[in-house]
Design a protein around this ligand. Structure first.
Ligand code: FES
Length: 263
């Protein structure tokens, strides 16, 4: 991991739900992998709005010299980030956390992204595509208007060939993204390897589906974080063995069977 000031090269709305942030990546630094995240230091935030706390964001792409994230401007920190202009810099610590494992040969990768979890899933899909691996990508949205136009060829290509689900049925399958995966009969077998990122109920459904299929699943959890580097225990998630795991340092990617889904 390293801390640096990255020049912002893009920061704009890509759907009514999400923004795309891109910033320069330091030459010679190890690039981020799908599943990893960074923290940024908000600017222009009042003290009472936790101005000193860094905020985590997942990587959505890296093209060699620039890193990208898809984020939601919903709290003081991310709203302040949405106001930053191209040419300004952002205080970044990255890359943080672990990444999605490579699927074994013979496994059929099934990727599912819901809500803000679309960023890491598009990143993983684009990397699997580059590696010549077969996979199916499912993306879930509340409604059709949320489907983003990202403006990055590698990611827009994956959006255009993904199987889409919307809660209101305005585009693709009507229902949740995991219901769409479960309905896709071609995939329901034990040689599938499920990769999922999204809100907790979605990940719990993915874990249950993997158990039903007797298949592997790896999920990337979304969790509030303070330090982002394993020092504060502010990001723990319940483990299957009764203890706790730190989302930032032990994850954010876990085997679904390492986590407890009952709390
Ligand atoms: Fe501090 Fe994870 S955010 S330990």
């Amino acid at each position: 991991m390293t801390r640096f000031e990255g020049e912002i090269i893009v920061n704009r709305e890509i759907s009514p739900a999400w923004n795309l942030l891109g910033f320069a990546w330091p030459p010679g630094k190890a690039p981020p992998l799908p599943g990893q995240f960074f923290t940024f230091l908000p600017r222009g935030v009042e003290y009472g709005e936790s101005a000193l706390l860094r905020r985590p964001l997942a990587f959505a792409w890296h093209d060699g010299s620039r890193a990208y994230s898809i984020f939601q401007a919903k709290g003081p920190g991310t709203k302040s980030l949405a106001r930053r202009r191209v040419g300004e810099s952002i205080d970044v610590i990255a890359p943080l956390g672990n990444s999605f494992p490579d699927p074994d040969s013979g496994e059929r990768s099934v990727l599912a992204g819901g809500g803000i979890g679309i960023g890491p899933m598009l990143f993983l899909a684009a990397r699997l595509k580059e590696a010549g691996r077969d996979f199916t990508l499912h993306l879930g949205f509340r409604t059709k208007s949320q489907v983003p136009e990202i403006g990055l060829d590698a990611l827009d290509r994956e959006v255009s060939r993904a199987k889409l689900a919307t809660d209101d049925g305005s585009l693709g399958f009507q229902g949740t993204v995991i219901q769409a995966v479960a309905r896709d009969k071609d995939e329901s077998c034990a040689d599938a390897h499920l990769f999922a990122c999204g809100p907790k109920p979605m990940l719990a459904a993915a874990a249950a589906l993997a158990d039903e299929w007797n298949a592997q699943a790896h999920v990337s959890v979304e969790q509030w974080m303070a330090c982002g580097v394993g020092a504060c225990n502010g990001c723990v998630v319940p483990a299957a063995d009764g203890g706790y795991l730190r989302a930032c340092a032990d994850g954010p990617v876990f085997s679904s069977r390492d986590l407890s889904w009952e709390q």
